[in-house]
Structure formats: structure tokens, C-alpha cells
Design a protein around this ligand. Structure first.
Ligand code: DGL
Length: 260
């Protein structure tokens, strides 16, 4: 077992989101890093994060990180764009020794796919109003239409990944762009990755981009650089926790195993 001052390579990785959405990152992580143990924390009691003020999301994220650290994690993955925007910089300053991997809406890869049309960027109101997004937009925002989606994560929390109500929500959201040439859709909230199929129905053949795989690749790079990757012989696994009790845990489990 290799060890450095941050912890043991066989210690678990802590991952969190406001609810079940971050399980879309967890699925990718389990697939790509099968020897790692993950503790996923869904802060369901305090969801949604995306319509709360930045200071509130920062305070909530701090509490979750404390909780995960008390469980002996070797790294933190913020599997939430909203919490990344509100809290990643502060948390990194507060825990300089702790690897903290965070997310960002995939505007950069989307910009490579745009020619003469538009990119639709879906995220929570908090993410779109945040400084981090403004910075990203200044660099890669040409032709990007930002669409805050209050109420959309709640469909995923309810386990409603398709159906007439979701269809109506999306129809209203996309109606103004019916005549536009949409060349990419950014899923800038980890919950929306679970709605890929329903969203794709509005944009046949158009790539839908989330940051999940890139985030896990970054996690791999950071752990490797620190000598904290679990050895090939280690048995990976997942533990699910929620501030909202057993029901959300069952929904997380279902999403973790779902064939999408
Ligand atoms: N899953 C979260 C994100 O990636 C946020 C959902 C919410 O709590 O509003 O932004």
C-alpha cells in the first residue's frame, strides 16, 4: 500500500452533488477506475443547489466535504457544476493538501463543433450566473445561447427521465430555437446527463456534451501524479449516502445500475 501525507492509495474517493445527478459522474468513474472505492454523497435534503445563492451553496458544500473527510477520503470530486462554481475555489484554498476535482460546462469542446450555427448551453441558474461561467463564456461563448433551467433537475430527482411533462418542459425551453441551426448542446448540470435521450429527441444527430468523462480523466491524472491511485489488485466499490434518507439512496442505486 503506497502512502503519502494526503492519505493512502486504498482510501476511498469522496464524490458529491446536490442529489442524484452526480451519479452520472459516478457511473463513469466506476467504469473507468474499477479498482477505486467511491463514497457518493447526495445532499438531497438541501437540493436544489442551482436556485440558491452562492453563499448558501458554499456553506452546504463545506459541510458535505467535512462529512466526507471524516470518512477518510483521499480526494474529493465535486460532481456538480453549481457547487463547483460556488465553492471549488474556496474549498481548494481551505484544503490545499486535498486533491479536489471539479466540473465545468463543456463550452470548450462545444466551440470546436460550432461552425455557422449555435450551441445551446443548459445549466442551472446558479451556474450560469456564476463568475466561472462568465470566464468560460468570455473564452468560448461565440454562438453560445445560455439556457438556465430552473425545475429541470427535479425531474431527475423524481426519477422522471421521460414522459409528457418533461417533454412539455423541454418543448417550451427549445421553442425559440426551432428555426436555428443547433450544432451542439452542452449539458452543464450533472442531472441533465440522465435526460440525454429525451433531449436528443429534439436535436437528431446533434452531439450532446457533458463533462463527465473529462472529469474522471482529470481525477485519474491527479491521483496518478500524487501516487494515490488504488493498486490493480484492489477491489473497487461504491457506498451511497444521502442527507435525505433511504429513498434517495434507492433512486441513486437505480440510476447507478440503469441501462440508459
Ligand atoms: N447537479 C447539479 C449541477 O451539476 C445541480 C442541480 C441543482 O442542485 O440545482 O449543477
Amino acid at each position: 500500500m503506497s502512502e503519502n501525507k494526503r492519505g493512502f492509495s486504498t482510501a476511498p474517493i469522496g464524490m458529491f452533488d446536490s442529489g442524484v445527478g452526480g451519479v452520472s459522474v459516478l457511473r463513469e468513474a466506476v467504469r473507468m477506475l474499477p479498482n477505486e472505492r467511491f463514497i457518493f454523497y447526495g445532499d438531497t435534503k438541501n437540493a436544489p443547489y442551482g436556485t440558491k445563492p452562492r453563499e448558501t451553496v458554499l456553506a452546504l458544500s463545506r459541510n458535505v466535504v467535512k462529512e466526507l473527510l471524516s470518512l477518510g477520503v483521499k480526494a474529493i470530486v465535486i460532481a456538480c457544476n453549481t457547487a463547483t462554481s460556488a465553492a471549488a475555489a474556496d474549498l481548494r484554498a481551505e484544503y490545499p493538501e486535498l486533491p479536489i476535482i471539479a466540473m465545468e460546462p463543456a463550452l470548450k469542446p462545444a466551440s470546436l463543433l460550432r461552425h455557422d450555427g449555435i450551441v445551446l448551453s443548459l445549466a442551472t441558474p446558479g451556474t450560469i450566473a456564476g463568475e466561472k461561467y462568465a470566464h468560460l463564456y468570455a473564452l468560448y461563448g461565440a454562438g453560445v445561447v445560455s439556457l438556465p433551467c430552473p425545475g429541470l433537475m427535479e425531474f431527475v430527482e423524481r426519477g422522471e427521465l421521460s414522459g409528457p411533462e418533461l417533454h412539455t418542459y423541454l418543448e417550451n425551453l427549445f421553442a425559440p430555437y426551432e428555426a436555428s441551426k443547433v450544432e451542439a448542446v452542452v449539458l452543464g448540470c450533472t442531472h441533465y446527463s440522465f435526460l440525454k435521450r429525451s433531449i436528443a429527441a429534439f436535436f437528431p444527430g446533434v452531439p450532446l456534451l457533458d463533462g463527465n468523462e473529462g472529469t474522471v480523466r482529470q481525477l485519474h491524472r491527479r491521483l496518478e501524479a500524487l501516487g494515490l491511485l488504488a493498486p490493480d489488485t484492489a477491489k473497487g466499490g461504491v457506498e451511497l449516502l444521502s442527507s435525505g434518507g433511504g429513498q434517495p439512496i434507492a433512486r441513486m442505486q437505480a440510476l447507478l445500475n440503469a441501462v440508459l
